[in-house]
Design a protein around this ligand. Structure first.
Ligand code: FRU
Length: 489
């Protein structure tokens, strides 16, 4: 039996019951999941592959798990697409992307990894780019693999940190961006081009890391046009915090600018964090037929990903897919509109003055989508408590004077000593602020001011802690709209 067949049998026999999972966020059938891969439209559906180790809740030799969806909200499992079983990917089929070929095949471009141990016993990974072709269900790696190797790289560029190709096509040429380290060990994104997807040519350094300003290796690049701007998403490793921005560790960032066609370089004029929560990494996007740029990310942080506080038999989930826009030169992320098709038991309260605490029987639960608009009043702090009972709570507090939102899951039931607090400075904090919360059992995604800023976090709180409480110091003038979500077919 091949490794792929073995893994597919294992997945089939060990599927974790849906009751133990989030209701509408992507998780693996069993085991470990990290980055989204191959997020693409093909054959009337959206496909999502993911970094997958079915055999344990820890990272291991990487497979590509596979799901499809029609609406980004409910997903079907497909057989595993790739297994680490060839001489050029025996240590793992790392992250990559997908596109449709001229002759209608679904092409997966990924990083093949082999392990190398040098004479001093130092372990390295040699990383090359590889191609597999398929029909939306089964995929065959091509005999010419690997298609991009260190031979294609300028002198000094790393063959050990050379991964995560994101492919697209313009007129008759394929392009891809891929993460790399330069001769000074600084992260950079390289641009390649090809006419046939097999024979590739190095073009340029599309963007670089300003001498180590934003971490070290740059993982999982994605490059696209959005509302007349050029946008590069990238996930730097080993960043250092700056003020309350750019947290320590590995986090997704966005560079917005103009693409200089002469030297094939991105002239960026803005760089910022993609998300201000505790768990958000390695985002990838696709373009829908109706022109929407949709992003999905791994809802995890590498440093905290090994923490499994409630002994789940699975580890890792994706964010809800988000539609991206640039407005006033700034990135906005908003939940896909398809989620609205699942709204039920809608409830709203308008022009309500709150001082002190209140909860509503209609706004309760761990699977819910609600928005609070604070329109004014003389309040100084406004807090929403989620997943609350006598023992547990997660709080989101807006300090009006400072213009800061503080997220705090210290009392959420986290049994390990992991990051529990995050703060974000609300951009253009004005009299009005709107905050949308989407909960799905063990997670919360928060969208501030129409998605201008977001905060994504896991919440390992027992499900019975299901109260939602609003609290205002001073009087806050509020509108609240809430929807439960129903996924029964
Ligand atoms: C990002 C990453 C990628 C790599 C993959 C391995 O989270 O480290 O760079 O391809 O995960 O699973």
């Amino acid at each position: 039996m091949t490794k792929l067949e073995e893994a597919n049998n294992y997945q089939e026999l060990n599927k974790i019951p849906e009751e133990e999972k989030p209701l509408f966020h992507v998780t693996a059938p069993v085991g470990w999941l990290n980055d989204p891969n191959g997020f693409s439209s093909y054959d009337d559906k959206f496909h999502l592959f993911y970094q997958y180790h079915p055999y344990s809740v820890k990272w291991g030799p990487m497979y590509w798990g596979h799901k499809t969806t029609k609406d980004f909200v409910t997903w079907d499992d497909l057989p595993i697409a790739l297994a680490p079983e060839d001489e050029y990917d025996s240590y793992g089929c790392y992250s990559g992307s997908a596109i449709t070929t001229e002759d209608g095949k679904h092409a997966l471009v990924y990083t093949g990894v082999v392990e190398e141990v040098d004479e001093n016993g130092v372990r390295n990974e040699i990383q090359t780019q590889c191609l597999a072709l398929g029909d939306g269900v089964t995929y065959e790696k091509i005999p010419e693999n690997p298609i991009i190797t260190q031979e294609h790289l300028p002198e000094g560029f790393s063959k050990y940190h050379f991964r995560d190709p994101k492919i697209w096509k313009e007129v008759d040429t394929y392009y891809l961006v891929v993460g790399n380290l330069d001769e000074k060990d600084d992260g950079q994104v390289l641009l390649f081009e090809s006419k046939d997807m097999k024979d590739w040519k190095y073009v340029s350094v599309l963007a670089d890391n300003h001498n180590g300003k934003y971490g070290r290796m740059w993982e999982c690049p994605d490059f696209f046009n959005l509302d007349s701007h050029s946008v590069l998403l990238v996930s730097p490793q080993d960043m250092l915090a700056e003020g309350i921005d750019f947290y320590n560790g590995n986090h997704g960032i966005v560079l917005i600018g103009d693409y200089d066609e002469n030297n094939h370089h991105l002239r960026e004029n803005q760089i910022e964090m993609l998300d201000y929560g505790t768990e958000f990494y390695a985002p990838q996007t696709l373009l829908t037929e109706d022109g929407r740029r949709i992003m999905i990310a791994w809802m995890a942080s590498w440093d905290m990903s090994h923490v499994n506080p409630i002994d789940q038999k699975w580890n890792g989930m994706m964010t809800l897919p988000r539609e991206l826009h640039i407005r006033d030169g700034k990135l906005h992320q908003y939940p896909v509109k398809e989620i609205e098709n699942y709204w039920t038991d809608s409830f709203s309260i308008d022009n309500f003055n709150l001082s002190g605490e209140i909860s509503f029987p209609e706004i309760r639960g761990r699977v819910i989508d609600f928005t609070v608009n604070i329109e004014g009043g003389d309040y100084s702090k406004f807090t929403v408590y989620l997943g609350k009972n006598d023992r547990f709570q997660t709080s989101v507090t807006y300090n009006r004077e400072k213009g800061i939102i503080k997220f705090d899951r210290t009392y959420s039931g986290m049994k390990r000593d992991v990051v529990c607090e995050r703060k974000l400075k609300v951009e253009n904090a004005s009299e009005e602020i709107s905050i949308r919360f989407i909960l799905d059992r063990n997670s919360v995604e928060i969208f501030i001011n129409d998605g201008r800023q977001t905060l994504t976090s896991l919440m390992y709180t027992p499900q019975e802690a299901d109260q939602i409480v609003f609290e205002s110091e001073g009087t806050a003038e509020l509108n609240i709209t809430s929807h439960k979500l129903n996924f029964e077919k």
